[in-house]
Design a protein around this ligand. Structure first.
Ligand code: G4P
Length: 536
């Protein structure tokens, strides 16, 4: 066990451990339209974070109108920005990290998922698993993130619950354990039977009515539903109890089993049940691997990593906010942290907490929390911050972009300005930036072409640089690595015109086509070609 904390580390600090234990940091993953926004609103309402349903959306609109480049989001009806929402309920602090739904911004989503301890997967009861659900699920699987499933829109005609469970099991290769069983469906949807903690949860106007029972055999059940309804429930829930695996905490924490909740976000049904599930089943922050050792949340010393950088959250201050996920220790206002990559000191004079309505200065924050640190471009995605210890968290990924473009600048006088602007935007993760080793103009890499629109708009509005893009001679790229230094040197010499440095100085190989890449990979067995690079 070379990952045990060393003697030099002060750990198991009671306050920190206690505070960490009451944190639940999670994200919602869903295919667009499954109901993520509606569910978010209802979750925040339950936590008292907002007063009126609709504010998440309203706030989104307000925010979008604030800055020009965000017009793109508004025009296209998508949310580009990832935000963090914190709310408290029954002594627990929930941090909900929101993710953009549009697939062109999937890299942002992947990075956000590196900062959560659990995910809620929302499915539309009529549609089941959709393409984007599947992709996002795969990222969760890569990181062994425990997943709670919420089958939404039960108030509408949907598919058979057993059919949906079967689909989750088969397409995602997960063990599924229903946490509840629906009673009726569509217009006749009455509520659910709670299988984990026997009770009826009946749909009533504005929420659910919770009636405790001793089990399916409880005679009280006969007085609560019609005779036919009771018989069907006893039969179906009995079959499910007998036929589906029981909830297994270890399996859930390893990400191989998902408990399934049913509800209707729109009718505010099942949302409280889901929150109870998150509170009881989802884990608090867990030990996290760094390059030198395992970091335990209860350690007294602060550690954390930046998973997102966002510009212009406040148009009055042209600042950038780095989102820091705290992994251990206590963050106090006024602390000076060390940016491990550069050894520089970063003062944290006004760490920001984000609520649905506004940001607030935090006096302190704990493992599992996310705070915003305003800075002028010092902090980058993937940066680790500590109180001085030289360790780096792994796991904020960079994916090989799907599209490569060369910036076309009509006014050469702006070249220097463009270089700086592109570097800043690459720090934020808006695009990836690659500098060809032959000295030619930088290449930008994106996942979806919509990212190029955001880039063009931001360059124009924020930096005053009009810009076009042209296709390059390359179609794809891979990060390269090898244990054989000679082979690496030979490869580099032979392909110098098809190599570039990424934003962190790592070398990538560029290829004109899939076919060229495959040939190269066959030819150079000593070189490893990676599609994902974990930033550090
Ligand atoms: P998203 O963020 O995942 O994209 O989904 P969103 O919450 O925006 O929901 C998509 C649509 O589905 C919305 O309808 C929303 O009202 C509806 N919806 C969400 N949850 C439920 C539910 O539990 N039951 C039913 N019946 N509908 C639900 P819309 O007409 O597209 O938008 P809106 O005009 O209602 O805002």
């Amino acid at each position: 066990m070379d990952h045990l904390p060393t003697d030099a580390v002060q750990w198991d600090n009671h306050d920190v451990a206690t505070e960490a234990a009451r944190r639940r940091s999670f994200a919602i993953i869903a295919h667009p339209d499954a109901g993520k926004t509606t569910l978010t609103e209802k979750l925040l309402l339950k936590g008292g974070a907002i007063q009126l349903a609709g504010q998440v959306r309203a706030k989104g609109n307000r925010r979008r109108t604030r800055s020009d480049w965000m017009k793109i989001e508004q025009d296209r009806g998508i949310s580009v920005a990832t935000s963090v929402m914190t709310f408290e309920r029954d002594g627990l602090v929930f941090n909900l990290l929101d993710t953009p739904g549009h697939e062109d911004f999937s890299e942002d989503t992947y990075r956000t998922l590196s900062a959560v301890d659990a995910a809620v997967m929302v499915l539309d009861a009529a549609k089941g698993i959709e393409s984007q659900t599947r992709k996002l699920f795969e990222v969760c699987r890569l990181r062994d993130i425990p997943i709670i499933t919420f089958i939404n829109k039960m108030d509408r005609d949907g598919r058979e619950p057993l059919d949906l469970i079967d689909e989750i099991e088969k397409t995602l290769a997960l063990d599924v354990t229903p946490a509840a069983w629906p009673i009726g469906e569509g217009r006749d949807f009455l509520g659910v039977y709670d299988l984990l903690d026997p009770a009826l949860r009946m749909l009533v106007d504005g929420g659910d009515n919770h009636i405790r029972l001793s089990g399916l055999d409880d005679p009280a059940l006969d007085g609560l539903l019609s005779p036919g309804g009771v018989a069907t429930l006893r039969e179906q829930a009995g079959l499910v109890e007998a036929g589906c695996p029981a909830f297994d905490s270890d399996q859930f924490l390893q990400g191989t089993m998902t408990p399934v909740f049913f509800g209707s976000a729109l009718r505010d049904f099942g949302v409280g049940h889901l929150l109870d599930g998150l509170a009881r089943l989802a884990p608090p922050p867990r030990p996290r691997p760094a390059d030198t050792r395992m970091v335990v949340p209860g350690e007294a010393n602060l550690t954390g990593f930046v998973f997102k950088v966002q510009a212009n959250m406040d148009p009055n201050h042209r600042d950038r906010v780095a989102f820091l996920r705290i992994c251990s220790g206590r963050l106090e206002k006024g602390m000076r942290l060390t940016q491990v990559r550069t050894g520089k000191h970063v003062p944290v004079n006004a760490p920001l907490f984000f609520f649905a309505k506004e940001r607030q200065v935090a006096e302190e924050a704990w493992p599992g929390d996310v705070v915003g640190i305003a800075n002028h471009g010092t902090l980058r995605i993937g940066d680790t911050l500590t109180e001085g210890e030289a360790l780096n968290f792994r796991g904020v990924p960079s994916f090989a972009p799907e599209h490569l473009r060369r910036a076309r600048l009509d006014d050469p006088m702006l070249a220097k300005k463009l270089k700086k602007a592109l570097e800043q935007l690459a720090d934020e993760g808006v695009v990836q930036l690659f500098k060809p080793l032959d000295g030619s103009a930088p290449v930008v890499g994106v996942f979806g072409l919509l990212q190029l629109d955001v880039l063009t708009s931001r360059l124009k509005v924020e930096y005053g640089i009009p810009l076009g893009f042209e296709v390059t001679q390359w179609d794809q790229l891979r990060w390269i690595a090898s244990d054989d230094r000679d082979a690496m040197a030979r490869f580099t010499r032979a392909h110098i015109n098809d190599l570039a440095e990424d934003h962190d100085g790592e070398i990538v190989a560029l290829f004109a086509s899939n076919w060229r890449r495959q040939r190269m990979e066959e030819e150079w067995k000593a070189i490893r070609f990676h599609t994902v690079r974990e930033q550090h």
